[in-house]
Write a protein that binds this ligand. Structure first.
Ligand code: B12
Length: 572
């Protein structure tokens, strides 16, 4: 009988859409999410949700993850307010990890308070940590949990809810009974994380069974077909890429992390094995495995060779890989994928970003990977960089042409270009010290970013321009570069000509819509943007060449449903 009762929940973790309610606002999203798996609604929740949930569940707290953004995206009639009103928990956690959720996170907090006035709202994530003072000013926010490793502080927080003594919870910012904001020491920045992420993905399966709700746990659109997962090698980073919100500099500013913490090769391998029991999809090994030393990288490759998985493994690399190591990667993970982000073809631009390797080194790496049977080599370029002018963006596409010629249009070589956007990451060197690096920051405060997210086009959302390109030019050059690269891909037979044509048509239409919207804004006829909504939706909803290339061919069955169920029954 007990089985049929509604399960009691101690905390609900809600993932907001970027803007609430994005379905009602006509907005031209542009290519801001072309190079990540999610759509421009940024419906993907932080993986940290699963590791917090795993940790809390182990401590006996029932934790439910609800991907509200995905539910709203999936069903145009989905009523978020009504849905939230049916969730019962004393505390609602909302992620404000990515700055792109600055609007959605606050609006969802407001909704929670509206339908559950007695419930309390806690916000967490990198952006919440960076802007905690401003975010605490919103009356609907009761708590902020800072940090990149909040699993244990969250356990302490759940315990403190019973005593109402919040002074004992590290990293917590909270409001006392008089409404004064209190700031506990930001002292929990662990130098070992072996106590977390033991088997966090299987938690998703358990949640589906418990709440009989698959939709709420889906990480992003299309995931059931392409169930890619990620395995983390570290928290923090040894590198200091100028614009990155996860760089060594940003990690210190945002989450008080002074030193990268690495997972052991054994933990990483265990994670890979666990995921392979529930999914056949690609597993991305995030963070260059050499960051903690060549010995650890070798040990991981050795473990993978001894006990391999059938899944394709994707390795992210921060610098060229010598032939001899590539051979071991190929042995450990046949058909492996390789991801590299040189950002520009121009070595001077790369130097300005604090990235030191040469094009020759990169080309040798591509050659070696392709020769050794890599299933895919993905190279990412970007617009909106220091020293990068119009000619430089064009130079990057010329370089792509050269690469495609050099590697004879090998379909496994996937080249991408996208804008650094919509935001220069808070906490990065470029955001915190823009002038020094040739950036002009147009938005600084949390609220400015929140407002900018509701603008009608992505050009107006961008929070920066550079000494070399204005916002307008960043947009124009990005569109042109994507169109040229798309054409090249078709010329080299990497994609069908009809697909390239469709993408170029979509880009041309986007540019026209930008002009139309600008005219309406300048003449004070904002209301008329509404009329463009169907056309904007058509352009927004196009499946981009980039997404199709990144996904590759769908596997016959992505998830291993029966095996996943068996893992749960066995108690794994
Ligand atoms: C892997 C990764 C991705 C993956 C997504 C993985 C995922 N679902 O989490 C991909 C490649 C898809 C991605 C995409 C993007 N990313 Co990213 N990403 C990372 C990276 C490299 C690792 C993050 C990570 O997973 N860490 C490990 C997991 C276990 O921890 P976690 O998710 O961070 O969660 C912990 C804490 O952050 C915190 N926490 C997080 N949320 C919450 C919520 C609550 C309530 C609480 C209490 C705590 C909490 O507690 C968690 C447990 O300890 C970071 C850099 C870094 N060093 O962290 C950038 C980073 C987070 N990404 C960034 C950005 C900008 C993006 C994009 C917006 C880029 C773009 N324009 O498309 C998109 C947004 C995607 C979306 N939501 O749809 C910036 C964020 C800057 C900012 N403040 O906005 C970062 C810092 C650096 C960077 N430039 O890549 N990203």
């Amino acid at each position: 009988m007990k089985f049929f009762l509604k399960p009691k929940t101690d905390i609900v973790l809600l993932h907001p859409p970027h803007v609430y309610d994005f379905r009602k606002k006509p907005q031209l999203y542009g290519p801001v999410s072309d190079l990540v798996p999610s759509t421009p609604v940024f419906e993907m929740y932080p993986v940290g949700f699963t590791s917090i949930a795993e940790h809390l569940e182990k401590a006996g707290y029932r934790t439910r993850i609800v991907n509200l953004a995905w539910r709203m995206l999936k069903d145009i009639h989905f009523d978020a307010e009504n849905f939230i009103s049916k969730l019962e928990a004393p505390i609602f956690g909302i992620d404000l990890h990515w700055m792109v959720h600055a609007h959605g996170a606050i609006e969802i907090a407001r909704l929670v308070k509206k339908v559950h006035p007695q419930a309390r709202v806690l916000i967490g994530g990198f952006s919440a940590s960076r802007f905690y003072k401003e975010v605490m000013d919103y009356p609907e926010v009761d708590f902020i949990m800072r940090g990149d490793s909040t699993e244990e502080p969250m356990r302490l927080f759940m315990a403190a809810l019973e005593t109402n003594n919040f002074t004992v919870v590290p990293n917590l910012v909270w409001k006392d009974e008089e409404g004064n904001v209190r700031e506990n020491d930001f002292s929990y920045v662990p130098d070992s994380i072996s106590n977390v992420m033991g088997n966090h993905y299987s938690l998703m399966v358990r949640q589906v069974l418990r709440y009989r709700d698959l939709t709420s746990i889906i990480p992003f659109k299309g995931w059931l077909k392409y169930p890619i997962t990620a395995v983390f090698t570290c928290r923090g980073c040894n590198r200091n890429c100028l614009f990155c919100g996860g760089s060594a500099h940003a990690m210190q500013v945002v989450v008080n992390r002074k030193k990268t913490v690495f997972r052991t090769p054994e933990d990483i391998h265990k994670d890979v094995l666990n995921i392979s029991k529930i999914s056949r999809g690609t597993i991305s090994v995030l963070g260059d495995i050499r960051q903690s030393g060549q010995d650890n990288a070798d040990r991981l490759l050795h473990l993978l060779t001894q006990k391999p998985v059938k899944n394709t493994l994707m390795f992210e690399i921060y610098e060229p890989v010598p032939d001899e190591m590539m051979r071991r990667m190929a042995a450990a993970a046949p058909g492996f994928h390789l991801d590299m982000s040189p950002h520009s073809h121009d070595e001077e631009v790369r130097k300005a970003l604090n990235i030191g390797y040469t094009n020759q080194g990169m080309e040798d790496t591509i050659e070696s990977a392709l020769n050794l049977g890599a299933g895919k080599v993905e190279i990412f370029f970007m617009t909106g960089l220091p020293l990068q002018d119009k000619a430089s963006v064009e130079g990057t596409i010329d370089y792509c042409h050269y690469l495609l010629k050099k590697f004879k249009g090998d379909k496994r070589l996937s080249l991408y270009i996208g804008p650094l956007g919509p935001f220069l990451d808070p906490g990065s060197e470029a955001f915190e010290n823009p002038q020094k690096h040739g950036y002009r920051l147009l938005l600084r405060t949390f609220d400015e970013h929140r407002q900018a997210l509701t603008q009608a086009t992505w050009k107006h959302t961008l929070n920066y321009e550079t000494n070399w390109l204005t916002r307008e030019q960043i947009m124009d050059e990005t569109y042109k570069a994507i169109a040229r690269l798309t054409r090249l891909k078709a010329d080299f037979g990497q994609i069908p000509a009809s697909l390239a044509e469709a993408q170029i048509e979509r880009i041309n239409r986007a540019v026209q819509i930008e002009v139309e919207i600008d005219k309406l804004l300048q003449s004070g006829r904002e209301d008329e943007i509404e009329k463009l909504k169907p056309e904007i939706a058509r352009v927004n909803n196009f499946s981009t060449v980039e997404h199709l290339q990144m996904q590759g061919k769908p596997r016959l069955v992505g998830l291993r449903y029966m095996s996943a169920l068996w893992q749960i029954i066995k108690g794994n």
